[in-house]
Design a protein around this ligand. Structure first.
Ligand code: ADP
Ligand code: MG
Length: 262
């Protein structure tokens, strides 16, 4: 039995979110994310996966509770939050890329976290360009560096999104349904690529996914979320049919969101 206790990269204590319209996005939760692991958030649409991910980098502010990291301790002021955000990259379902700009330009935007927004108005340094080109090379898109993003396929766009995240040189990546708009075979390729590079570079990852089979395939650890609350924590093997029914309801086996081919 492996008795080595994982190191906690990030934790939340009593963390809850109530949106301004009164909707509870996250019930008071204690969350632990382990260093170097790939943690997957699963749960039905509206369960609170995006809310939880976004609290981890402060895009969605907490209504109660606090977030602590291995590096900064409790994030209690703007300075510690900014420092955490600089090393926290995000990957989105819809890529959030600028279609009329080149792949290289989009990846360079990952470097803005280190320089501030005004960098966009200035020439990029040789160091930034090398980091961005290396990231594009790692995702297999060096030959498309100067291509407009709008000319790329969905899978290529998400590889640009991944390269942009890596160009930020993050300690942690938060990926919100990164393969939701891709077909199953490409989804596996994209998640494998993300997983491989994060292992290579010792980056901690939290990914939300709605495909249970992909979650089981890639997760070191799963957190199951229902109605803004973590109701399951464990490995893929611990995810029983009963738990899946608790998460997705009685019609789990017919639930279209949970189905995907290998
Ligand atoms: P998921 O990512 O699992 O689909 P979300 O985190 O997007 O779930 O949503 C959780 C709950 O919070 C849902 O009830 C959703 O309608 C609500 N919600 C999400 N974002 C907002 C927002 N900006 N304002 C108000 N309610 C929101
Ligand atoms: Mg979501």
């Amino acid at each position: 039995m492996n008795t080595i206790k994982p190191i906690i990269f990030l934790s939340a204590k009593n963390a809850s979110v109530q949106y301004p319209n009164g909707v509870i996005g996250m019930q008071a939760s204690d969350i632990e994310i382990y260093d170097g692991q790939l943690t997957v958030l699963i749960g039905p649409s509206g369960a609170g996966k995006s809310t939880m991910l976004r609290t981890l980098n402060g895009i969605v502010p907490l209504s109660t509770g606090s977030i602590s990291t291995k590096k900064h301790g409790k994030l209690s002021d703007k300075k510690s939050w900014r420092s955490h955000q600089r090393r926290t990259a995000m990957i989105f379902q819809q890529h959030q890329l600028i279609g009329r700009q080149s792949a290289l330009h989009n990846v360079l935007l990952g470097r803005v976290a280190h320089h501030g927004n005004l960098q966009c108005l200035m020439p990029w340094s040789k160091k930034d360009k090398i980091i961005a080109l290396e990231a594009l090379d790692r995702v297999g898109l060096l030959n498309k560096s100067l291509e407009r993003v709008s000319n790329l396929s969905g899978g290529e766009m998400q590889r640009v999104g991944i390269a942009r995240a890596f160009a930020q040189e993050p300690d942690i990546i938060l990926a919100d349904e990164p393969v939701a708009s891709l077909d199953p075979a490409i989804s596996v390729k994209i998640l494998s690529l993300l997983n491989d590079i994060c292992i290579e570079k010792s980056i901690t990852v939290v990914v939300s996914l709605h495909q249970v089979d992909l979650a089981k395939k890639f997760a070191d650890r799963l957190l199951g979320i229902s109605a803004g609350k973590i109701i399951f924590e464990g490995g893929g093997g611990d995810l029983t049919f009963e738990i899946l029914k608790d998460l997705y309801g009685d019609n789990y086996s017919n639930h279209p969101e949970t189905q995907t081919a290998e």
